[in-house]
Design a protein around this ligand. Structure first.
Ligand code: SAH
Length: 226
């Protein structure tokens, strides 16, 4: 079973979107498990504080190393084989390849940042790998963690049947996916491309491949370079 342990200041945000549809059913069916730990439970002072002002000055607050480390150490054994991730705009961009690697593993420990970020020392000391879901800044790591887990969970055995392993999906081939159509054949003055109604599977494959290449060239030339 893929085991996800999330560390957050907002455990009520979980399972959130992961409680519905495919991921929610898989969670209920025991295909994967999720526990959300409140980092604040590891605070020790009477105000239960988890953050403090940045050393060296500047705006905002920083998540304290001691509190986060205590939270992690309470719930994650030192020999736990799961990768320890920190959602972070400074991180390595999340890719389908990384998602697949995670789905093939035992699970993930995921830290959701807040404020200006997390004290660097706990990132080093607990070996947190920083992962970004894109070049923009969110207010916290919770949505990012759900994005990551959604992408992973749909790949777990039995969650989507053989659909998710489909070799044609965006990024799986290094290309974006071709356009899709379904009935009605004529809608609002627009028709389905003839080739898709030809029944000639060879031609259909060729057409889809060309469409994928054209779309990728137009929208994501960076993917073609890789
Ligand atoms: N000051 C930081 C941004 C902090 S945003 C900087 O400039 O890098 C607060 C938290 O939101 C982060 O700690 C992280 O956990 C989460 N977050 C924000 N943007 C993200 C992104 N693109 N991907 C993953 N996590 C993100």
């Amino acid at each position: 079973m893929f085991k996800a342990s999330v560390f957050t200041l907002y455990p009520d945000m979980f399972p959130g979107t992961l409680g519905g549809a495919l991921a929610g059913k898989a969670l209920a069916d025991g295909v994967w498990s999720l526990d959300a730990h409140n980092i604040r439970d590891a605070a020790t002072d009477r105000h239960r504080s988890v953050d403090d002002t940045p050393a060296g000055g500047g705006p905002g607050m920083v998540l304290r190393a001691d509190v986060l480390a205590r939270a992690l150490d309470r719930h994650v054994a030192s020999d736990d084989p799961r990768p320890r991730l920190l959602m972070s705009p400074r991180g390595v961009p999340l890719t389908q390849t990384a998602v697949r690697d995670l789905a093939d593993g035992p699970g993930a420990v995921i830290v959701c940042g807040r404020f200006e970020g997390v004290d660097e020392r706990v990132i080093e000391a607990r070996g947190l790998q920083e992962i970004s879901i894109g070049d923009y800044v969110l207010s916290g790591g919770e949505v990012a963690a759900q994005v990551l887990l959604d992408a992973v969970v749909r790949l777990l055995p039995g969650v989507m049947g053989n659909q998710a392993s489909g070799a044609h999906e965006s990024f799986e081939t290094g290309l974006l996916e071709h356009p899709h159509y379904t009935r009605p054949v004529d809608w609002d003055g627009r028709s389905i491309p003839d080739v898709l109604r030809s029944g000639d599977h060879r031609k259909i494959e060729d057409w889809r491949r060309r469409q994928s290449e054209e779309l990728t060239r137009a929208r994501r030339p960076d993917l073609l370079k890789r």
